[in-house]
Structure formats: structure tokens, C-alpha cells
Design a protein around this ligand. Structure first.
Ligand code: CU
Length: 176
């Protein structure tokens, strides 16, 4: 085949490395899920979390813009503590809350995202004494790890680019 016989130029090699590097970095970015529909990305209070007191507002963050909120209920030991109707802006839904006693809570949401599909689900959390110093520890550790991984990839990319650049310089010198 013709394409195979052609020698690979050094500048093309550099371009390949650059493209591979960009692709690797893009792969690390928090991309929306591969599935077509939006979903809950995070919430406050978070799923399975324990909070010392019930916050005055709960927030939900979706993977896409919110078009409509059909219902949000936050049910605890004394019933629904949702205070007024939920509001939304961009990808966030906010629900003001009354105060409530310690215990298990279920936040049930039913919203419509910008693609016109329904996004429903539940977030379970507990209000009560927070045990130990593990308050926000796990989340901080995860973020740190992710950052380290990205820095590592970046470093590999820089080394590859530098190596390719050196190769070009070497070949230029040989030719000239
Ligand atoms: Cu959808």
C-alpha cells in the first residue's frame, strides 16, 4: 500500500503525540455520562451522608439543565419538611427546608431536564451526631487522587512532547 511506504516525518510524529496528549487529557475531564439522559450528579446533603442538623436548603445538581420541577419531597421522622416549592436554575434544583428532628430522611425528586425527559430518584441521608473525624475526609481524598493522576498524565505528555521535539531537532541537524 502506498500510505505505508511513505516515511513518517518528524513533524507528523509531533502532531500525533500532541493529538494523543490532548485526547488523554480530554478523557480525564468529567464528561457527561454516555447515556443519552440526564441524571443526578450530586446532592447536598449527599447520598448516604450524615449531617449534624438538617440544613435550611437542599440542593440537587443534574448532569444537564433543568427545565421543570415536578416535585421534591424531603421526608423525615415527622413527615415532609419541604418549605415551599422547589426552584431551579441551570443544572441545579433548590428546595428550602423547615427544621426537623434527628433521624433518617429521604429526598425524592421528580424533575424534567432540558432534553424533555423525566429524572426521578431518591437521596437518603441521616440527621444526627456525626461520628468520628470522617466528616468530609473521603471526598477530599478522592479529589486529591484525581488531581495527582491528571498531573501525572500531564507530566508524561510533556516528556513525550519534549522527546518528539528532540527527535525533530536531531533529524534536522543530520539533514542540514
Ligand atoms: Cu433524556
Amino acid at each position: 500500500m502506498h500510505a505505508y511506504a511513505r516515511p513518517v516525518s518528524s513533524s507528523r510524529l509531533v502532531r500525533w503525540v500532541a493529538v494523543a496528549l490532548v485526547a488523554a487529557l480530554l478523557g480525564l475531564l468529567p464528561a457527561p455520562p454516555a447515556s443519552a439522559h440526564d441524571e443526578l450528579v450530586s446532592s447536598d446533603p449527599a447520598e448516604s451522608s450524615v449531617v449534624e442538623t438538617l440544613p435550611s436548603r437542599a440542593t440537587l445538581t443534574l448532569s444537564g439543565k433543568v427545565r421543570k420541577v415536578r416535585s421534591v419531597t424531603v421526608t423525615g421522622p415527622d413527615g415532609d419538611v419541604a418549605n415551599g416549592k422547589a426552584t431551579f436554575r441551570d443544572d441545579e434544583v433548590r428546595q428550602n427546608l423547615w427544621s426537623g428532628p434527628d433521624g433518617e430522611y429521604v429526598l425524592a425528586y421528580d424533575v424534567v431536564s432540558a432534553d424533555g425527559h423525566q429524572v426521578t430518584g431518591e437521596v437518603h441521608f441521616e440527621v444526627g451526631p456525626v461520628s468520628g473525624p470522617t466528616d468530609s475526609g473521603p471526598r477530599a481524598t478522592v479529589e486529591q487522587d484525581a488531581g495527582g493522576g491528571q498531573r501525572g498524565i500531564l507530566l508524561v505528555g510533556v516528556v513525550l512532547l519534549a522527546g518528539a521535539g528532540g527527535l525533530v531537532a536531531l533529524r534536522r541537524r543530520r539533514l542540514g
